[in-house]
Design a protein around this ligand. Sequence first.
Ligand SMILES: Cc1cc2nc3c(=O)[nH]c(=O)nc-3n(C[C@H](O)[C@H](O)[C@H](O)COP(=O)(O)O)c2cc1C
Length: 354
Amino acid sequence: MRLLCLISLIEYLPKTIFEAHLKTEATSQRKTDHIDLAFRSQVTENDQRFYYEPLLSSHPNEWEPSIPFLKKHLKAPLWVSSMTGGSEKAGLINERLARMCGNLGLGMGLGSCRIILEDNTFLKDFQLRKHLGDEVPFFANLGIAQVEELLSRKKISLILDLIDKTETDGLIVHVNPLQEWLQPEGDKIRIAPLQTIISLLDKIDLPVIVKEVGQGMGPESLEELLKLPLAAIDFGAFGGTNFSRLEMLRNENKDQNVFESLAFVGHTADQMVEYCNVLIDSNPAYINKEFIISGGVRDFLDGYYLSQKLKATSIYAHASLFLKYAEKGQDELMEFAEAQIRGYRLASRFLKVV
Ligand SMILES: Cc1cc2nc3c(=O)[nH]c(=O)nc-3n(C[C@H](O)[C@H](O)[C@H](O)COP(=O)(O)O)c2cc1C
């Protein structure tokens, strides 16, 4: 027995001595780094959106409670904004985005599903539920012009078919009158989008989200949307991807450049949060509405700031940022999203919005 103890002590001691030596070396290296980098690390401007409160919380855990949103559950308050589908590259990007959402417990909106409304050639690009799982919200997407047309052709059943075949939880309607106008092959919107949305809600028993595509919405439009039984309002705010600009870049007809100044019109997510807060103050029932804050959201700190500032339930979203990493690869996309989520959780422990 004594011999056994002695043998294990002999085995154990060098290991602990070796480990202690490694620790000392790492600490010593850290001390040298601190001296070497101290002068390069000077920062003079602070982010005035936050109070930093270092005393009031511990570090975030690996495990965080799930977030109820759109009658499902998210593991982080982050959403993949509607983008693409309908080509080989688009299909691959969608699959990567959906796998990431499934892995990290995020919600996702499909890009416009017009291409699969009456033809199933590209259906598989949009059949992503198998990657996402059932826990998280996943929505189909159509433009207001298509919804207007389907209503006038009395073909609303095609929307139900779309929801069925994509196994989505509901429909996002994107309202993009400036983009349609500036797009050479764009559709004309004949009825005010608000009327089309009201008719749709009247005829269909389905969760509906309304969004812009990068220019946001002013206070009157937001107020009208708040009056409706929508599942959520998605900002699609100004400040990031700008489809008016994008369509003008696509357009070789020089006359269209007459409209160039329209690319600078719109409302940022910050402004839209302000408008919504004024509306919520005027009618406290709006506090129960759900919002996706998207459009020009640069990182987790913007997302945290905006969602804390908005007085109703909200999550935040990226389109182009996720696209950038999805184009690089699945691992790059996962790494990016995981880092953003870690950043958000850290911010939520130590930062309070001023
Ligand atoms: C490549 C691309 C395609 C898009 N396609 C759609 C679309 O089909 N439907 C839609 O509602 N929004 C679409 N959007 C707009 C985004 O959902 C989002 O509202 C907008 O890009 C602003 O977000 P961002 O600044 O994070 O890019 C698209 C955006 C990108 C970058």
